[in-house]
Design a protein around this ligand. Structure first.
Ligand code: SF4
Length: 505
């Protein structure tokens, strides 16, 4: 199988950079369903532009390339250990080439292995089958949406949906609750894989496997087919919308499988996948290792974006960093900001560090970007930004208010919004939270004109380092302002009320 290494490298590269045909179709439907001129419409315009940019540049659609998870079917007699070695080699090479972000972190020491290899990374499932060919499926599911997975043990009492019993109505309530609790934090509009039954481990695994079904297939079990349709329809009446900005499209697909369970247990496991739903597959000739056919891939995809221009929402502010208090006090929830000037990245490790240490960068008036980019050095030793979308901000909630107060940061940029402590600090300090469009890693990479430095690279690794950037025309929406306004709190509360009505029907 002399071509196997190359085939697997192609599979990883295409999965990270080229959205599957069925997902593209679902996103087109979403774009047409949203009202023109809304924030959801603007977000979808950026998303579709980003999808085109990623496939044109053969660069990651989203900077979080997730946990590479392979499902490999082999004919009897094929050497699975040799395939595993090829998978590891292909993952390492794809990471070196900037197609995958180094995402494998030692859970004890916090050290990033640098090449996406280590205990549990990548995940490789093998199964034998009767066919005389190899099938390799790959899903790259990022951390933001992985964190919004949910598992329920029935019966349960759940916020807004009430009692969920041990029947399909109870399953419906759990899944609706899962969609609601995700809000925009998993980069909605999302796709769900659901498992009814199994145990805690097999339930989650089977839920994730549902994501290998075609978005437009029909469940062979009529009761589950009906449930899938009902969940998509009702989720789209909640008003969570793209990125949690509100709007008519919250869920793009729901696939439900079932496993037998123990009499005492009734689990419902939900795997939430963001709009950047990256999964492809290949069939491989077991003699040569060559790809004979692609699965899910659009070989010659049509353009997704209807225009290179981002639609205007009516209230747009062009601001230069560092920001003054008056710059941010004029902003209200819903305003669109275009930032130009210096920006610094910081995520989990940096936030923890800054609570007990000084910053190596002056953060007074700064724009602090929750982002773990993909970076590569060029032949001259200069850093090149390969992908740089926002990460989920709520993880920094325990630290953000202290950092705002101590360093006088004026703009926190991320996605999915933050909580009450941060909102109070924004008001006290005079700062705003700007929601960038999650997953739009190419769109934002293009807005970065220069990397001027990096701190903590050795200690924290590429995604967690503090990158000093210059940006031009960096677009984001004010979703939490310095007057106590929070779009996230409003949408969460309004969608919770709608969920109660839907669940009571
Ligand atoms: S699109 Fe959002 S949730 Fe999905 S991998 Fe990217 S950052 Fe994470």
């Amino acid at each position: 199988m002399e071509q196997l290494d190359d085939s697997l490298l192609q599979l990883i590269t295409e999965t990270a950079t080229n959205l599957p045909a069925d997902v593209r179709k679902a996103l087109r439907r979403a774009k047409h369903a949203e009202r023109a001129g809304t924030q959801a419409d603007q977000a979808l315009a950026i998303i579709t532009l980003n999808v085109d940019m990623a496939s044109d540049r053969v660069s990651p659609i989203c900077q979080d390339t997730g946990m590479p998870t392979f499902v490999i079917h082999t004919p009897v007699g094929v050497d699975q250990m040799a395939i595993r070695r090829s998978v590891l080699g292909a993952v390492e090479e794809a990471t070196r080439r900037g197609k995958l972000r180094p995402n494998s972190v030692d859970s004890v020491t916090g050290v990033n292995s640098g090449l996406n290899l280590g205990p549990g990374t990548p995940v490789v499932h093998f199964e034998q089958w009767e066919k005389n060919e190899i099938e390799a499926l790959l899903i790259l599911k990022g951390g933001g949406c992985e964190n919004k997975n949910a598992q329920y043990s029935l019966p349960a009492e759940l916020e807004h949906v009430g009692r969920a019993g041990r029947d399909l109505e109870g399953v419906y309530r759990c899944v609706m609750h899962a969609v609601w609790q995700a809000q925009g934090q998993g980069c909605s509009a999302g796709f769900l894989g659901v498992c009814i039954g199994g145990d805690r481990t097999s339930g989650y695994d089977h839920a994730k496997m549902q994501l290998f079904r075609d978005v437009d297939d029909t469940n062979p079990n009529p009761a589950l087919a009906e449930l899938e349709e009902r969940i998509v329809r009702d989720s789209n009446s909640l008003g969570v919308g793209t990125m949690g900005f509100g709007g008519g499209v919250t869920l793009l697909g729901c696939k439900i499988g079932a496993l037998n369970r123990l009499p005492a247990s009734f689990f419902v496991s939900v795997a939430y996948n963001c709009w950047a739903f990256r999964r492809l597959g290949v069939r491989i000739d077991p003699r040569t290792g060559a790809i004979t056919r692609w699965i899910f891939r659009d070989a010659a995809p049509e353009r997704m974006a209807e225009s290179e221009e981002i639609p205007k929402t009516g209230r747009e502010f062009a601001l230069t960093t560092p920001l003054s208090e008056s710059d941010v006090r004029q902003l209200r929830v819903g305003d669109v900001v275009r930032l130009t000037g210096p920006m610094v990245t910081g995520r989990d490790a940096i936030h923890k560090h800054l609570t007990t240490h000084d910053s190596p960068v002056d953060l007074n008036g700064a724009a602090l970007y929750h982002c773990g980019p993909v970076m590569l050095k060029d032949e001259n030793g200069r850093w090149q930004v390969k992908a740089a979308g926002p990460t989920t901000s709520i993880r920094e909630e325990p630290y953000q208010a202290d950092i705002l107060r101590r360093f006088h940061v004026r703009a926190v940029i991320g996605k999915g919004g933050m909580g009450a402590k941060t909102l109070a600090a924004l008001r006290d300090v005079g700062a705003v939270y700007l929601n960038a469009i999650g997953g739009a890693a190419q769109f934002y990479a293009e807005k970065i004109t220069e990397v001027t430095g990096v701190d903590f690279l050795e200690e924290f690794g590429v995604p967690e380092a503090m990158w000093r950037l210059n940006v031009r025309d960096f677009v984001a929406v004010v979703t939490m302002d310095s007057h106590g306004g929070s779009l996230h709190a409003d949408v969460e509360s309004a969608s919770g009320e709608k969920l109660e009505l839907v669940a009571a029907r």
